[in-house]
Design a protein around this ligand. Structure first.
Ligand SMILES: [Cu+2]
Length: 427
């Protein structure tokens, strides 16, 4: 990224945390509706609805709107801003420029984020992302994406605020979720259109008011293509703008600003009575399929000004104020993912009856010992704890009280060692 982009983006985050404090509003919203199955199974949730609650699912699309809301607020500060994506499968080191003091590092102390790189998990490998993009069923893809390293890995690897339900407190949350959004877009390019069973969404239901403005009503199915929001992800130094009709729905002038080469064509249409501007630091190329209709106000230009602009703007740099979040001891919620929880010893077996279970879980250990059985929900909250003395068969019977849903059952021995941890589904 250019120094200009870094400075302006960091400024924008500080600015969004002042006044009405959009960052805290988003973090609180994300926390309040994270996953409420344990309290009220009918409550809408942002996270962990799949695989068994397809009718409630909004994970990818909800975060897409949250990124759009954030980016719109940033563009009100500086129209040239957009949220860059952090490719956590490639940019993997804690010594990366990403974490330096002039960029994401700026917020660590000032906002008391308590990052602890690598502490709670791994980043995804490029191969795991390639594999994920081969998945064909949308709900399976979305469920895998949410729970496995391509999404949850970055939350866990960064740790601190990022591993809690208040993760939008950490600005890197936005750089991570634009990457998640880009991967969803990549998946869309090679598969049938994603679809949602819902036609409504939390926060974007036409009633939520932030800072005196009512947020729009958004049907999830209307934005399964990121172009619907005028969003195009650049890759390998190139931003390809295609299959888009400028409409000025969101802004009176649509500015497509990239430091990369912009290539617009293949049904990119600047429609009559609209105003749009393609601006690049390096190059703008118009290819066949590009059309500026008569009566449109269209410009393409090279921005040679930003470097000098930065020098001029230095004195109006937004203050890097210390504004810690005071309740930093939030629950960790990104700790579980499938495929990493099983018994270390094959003689340790956990069975559920029936499966998904109704009332009974049986655990057979390799030998008699004292142990504790803990049941967690998928947000990592401890639901139930039972102690067992010197036994190799554990039966947990009284599970009628648990709400339907997915849980993690863990058996810990007297030395604190986990003997088995397994995801189970209560019907
Ligand atoms: Cu989230």
């Amino acid at each position: 990224m250019t120094d200009y982009e870094k400075t302006e983006l960091v400024n924008a985050f500080y600015q969004l945390r002042s006044g009405a404090d959009m960052i805290t509003d988003m973090a609180n919203f994300h926390m309040d509706y994270f996953n409420m199955d344990n309290i009220d199974a009918n409550q809408m949730d942002i996270h962990f609805n799949l695989p068994n609650e397809q009718d409630k699912e909004i994970f990818l699309v909800w975060h897409r709107m949250l990124m759009f809301e954030t980016e719109q607020a940033m563009q009100a500060i500086n129209p040239k801003l957009s949220i860059p994506y952090w490719d956590s499968s490639a940019d993997r080191l804690e010594t990366s420029p990403l974490w330096e003091e002039d960029f994401m590092g700026s917020f660590e102390d000032n906002w008391s984020l308590n990052r602890n790189f690598g502490h709670d998990g791994l980043l995804p490998s490029p191969q795991s992302i390639t594999n994920m993009l081969q998945m064909s069923d949308f709900f399976e893809f979305s469920n895998f994406f949410e729970r496995q390293l391509p999404h949850s890995g970055a939350h866990r690897w960064v740790s601190g605020a990022m591993v809690t339900s208040a993760s939008p407190r950490d600005p890197v949350f936005y750089l991570h979720h634009t990457f998640v959004d880009k991967l969803w877009h990549d998946w869309e390019e090679t598969h049938d259109a994603s679809f949602y069973l819902r036609t409504d969404m939390l926060r974007y239901d036409g009633t939520y008011v932030f800072d005196g403005e009512t947020l729009p009503l958004v049907n999830p199915n209307s934005i399964v293509d990121s172009r619907a929001l005028g969003v195009f992800y650049a890759e390998n130094g190139l931003a390809t703008l295609d299959n888009y009709i400028v409409s000025n729905t969101h802004l009176p002038e649509e500015l497509f600003y990239y430091r990369f080469t912009i290539q617009a064509g293949d049904n990119f249409i600047a429609a009559e009575n609209t105003t749009s501007h393609l601006q690049s630091i390096s190059e703008v190329i118009l290819t066949p399929g590009f059309l500026a209709e008569s009566g449109s106000n269209f410009r393409a230009s090279i921005d040679a000004e930003t470097t000098s602009l930065l020098a001029r703007n230095n004195q109006q740099q937004y203050p890097r104020e210390k504004k810690p979040f005071d309740d930093v001891e939030l629950e960790q919620v990104w700790l579980w993912s499938e495929g990493e929880m099983d018994a270390k010893d094959p003689a340790v077996v956990m069975q559920t009856f029936p499966n998904p279970f109704d009332n009974k879980i049986t655990i057979t250990l390799n030998k008699k010992k004292d142990c504790v059985v803990e049941i967690y929900n998928l947000t990592g909250a401890l639901i139930k704890q039972e102690f067992f003395e010197f036994t190799d068969i554990i039966e947990i019977n009284d599970l009628y009280g648990l709400a339907a849903g997915t849980y993690v059952v863990k058996v810990v021995d007297a030395n604190g060692e986990t003997l088995v941890a397994k995801k189970v589904v209560k019907m």
